[in-house]
Design a protein around this ligand. Structure first.
Ligand SMILES: [Zn+2]
Length: 415
């Protein structure tokens, strides 16, 4: 794989999507019809909040009305610890399962993906860590998000917290792309402001990192090769649509959770950003968030959002051509340094919805930064997707700038 830049339209491109993607208000009422011909026994993975809020009821009612038998595990928890996966599997194995539904935030959907794998193949689960490690087809997965951010409803990725590993680990395989994604923006109306803000920021980072990913000469053999394949022509438009919608609606939804128009924009943006990064991939901000999140126990969206302006600054000028397109999507005009203005605006937006400005503020100790840089370099599927080739020293430079809250320290110069 090289880093040769090709003219627009000349890149090898790839789209791997669910068989159906349904988006719109009230679409959950037809879940039962959408799953027709997928068997009779549904296993639903969700969390206690979603179950208590009543959000699950129309989904379950629709399934029951269509003749499905429904069993529910409502124990999904954030960050998806293995103990949760094990409890879910004990429940799932008590009866037949034709379809696994994930209803909730990223953890519920990722739990459905892992459940589908473990119902189809013997564990232990660490057999499947990494890329393309699922041996064959898995039980059909249906994803119904209740937050607007992870994009997990369309991605080939599930992330779990394994106590035997210092960092969270990913299962990355096209075989766990959901068969059906059902996105009803009304399900996100009850998200509190912090969840709305951090989830929306996560979607923004997905859109920006996938758009700025390098143009790779995709040598098709071996296939499937890397799951994340860099910026490509079939996915790039989704990134720009997502950025445009997040720019116009994230602050509105954060200020007023009942703003349905803003919620629709964000749910759509999250879906589009998910489609884009499912192919193009995310990069340095996501790699650095793994150790930062593990050390500070802070939400994923907070971490990737905090880090993104610093990683972009570090990637300039290699990333400036892409930043000009992003500037347009952000509605920026003028003759000055539009690429720099795009990073400024991304930074402003992220902070406007509650993301802190420095790693110092979230309790990171400066003595940890070198370890974080080394750990992030170990996440090769993300690091190799950076627009500027990363080294441990470059990661450290980004982290030091992010720790002090001074973006200029991340720029090119010494390294
Ligand atoms: Zn993310």
């Amino acid at each position: 794989m090289g880093d040769v830049k090709l003219p627009a339209g000349a890149m090898n491109s790839i789209l791997r999507l669910p068989r159906q993607v349904l988006f719109g208000r009230g679409v959950t009422s037809v879940v039962g019809d959408a799953l027709r011909d997928m068997g009779r026994s549904v296993f639903l993975c969700t969390d206690a909040n979603v179950e208590a809020s009543g959000i699950a009821s129309p989904v379950v009612d629709s399934l029951l009305a269509s003749g499905f038998a429904v069993r529910t595990f409502a124990g999904a928890v954030a960050e998806l610890p293995l103990s949760c996966v094990e409890a879910c599997m004990r429940e799932a194995r008590r009866g037949p399962v034709d379809v696994v539904i994930g209803l909730g935030g990223g953890s519920s959907i990722d739990l459905a993906k892992v459940t589908a794998i473990l119902l189809s193949y013997d564990g232990p689960i660490d057999r499947f860590y990494g890329e393309n490690m699922v041996p064959g087809p898995v039980a059909p997965i249906v994803a119904i998000p209740t937050t607007a951010g992870t994009g997990s409803e369309v991605t080939p990725v599930a992330v779990v917290a394994d106590p035997s590993r210092a960092l969270k680990v990913g299962i990355s395989d096209p075989r766990i792309i959901p068969t059906i994604a059902i996105c009803d923006p009304e399900l996100t109306l009850s998200c509190p402001p912090a969840v709305t803000g951090f989830s929306g920021v996560d979607a923004l980072v997905h859109a920006v990192e996938s758009f700025c990913a390098p143009r790779m000469v995709n040598d098709w053999s071996p296939y499937p090769g890397n799951v994340f394949r860099g910026h490509n022509e079939l996915s790039r438009g989704y990134s720009l649509v997502a950025i445009e919608r997040i720019e116009r609606s994230l602050e509105r939804a954060y200020a007023d959770g009942g703003d349905l128009a803003a919620r629709i924009d964000l749910a759509f943006a999250s879906l589009c950003a998910g489609i884009s990064f499912a192919h193009a991939g995310t990069a340095t901000a996501h790699a650095l968030q793994y150790p930062v999140g593990a050390a500070t126990n802070t939400p994923h969206g907070l971490g990737v959002g905090l880090l993104l302006p610093y990683t972009l600054e570090n990637a300039r000028p290699d990333v400036d051509a892409d930043l000009l397109d992003i500037a347009k999507a952000l509605g920026l005009t003028g003759n000055g340094d539009l690429a720099g203005a795009a990073v400024d605006e991304i930074e402003r937006l992220i902070h406007a919805v509650g993301v802190p400005t420095s790693l110092k503020e979230i309790g990171v100790q400066p003595g940890s930064l070198a370890t974080f840089a080394s750990e992030a370099m170990g996440i090769s599927r993300l690091i190799r997707n950076a627009p500027r080739q990363m080294s441990e020293l470059r990661c450290l430079r980004v982290l030091e700038a992010a720790w002090s809250g001074d973006r200029s320290l991340a720029g090119v110069g010494g390294e």
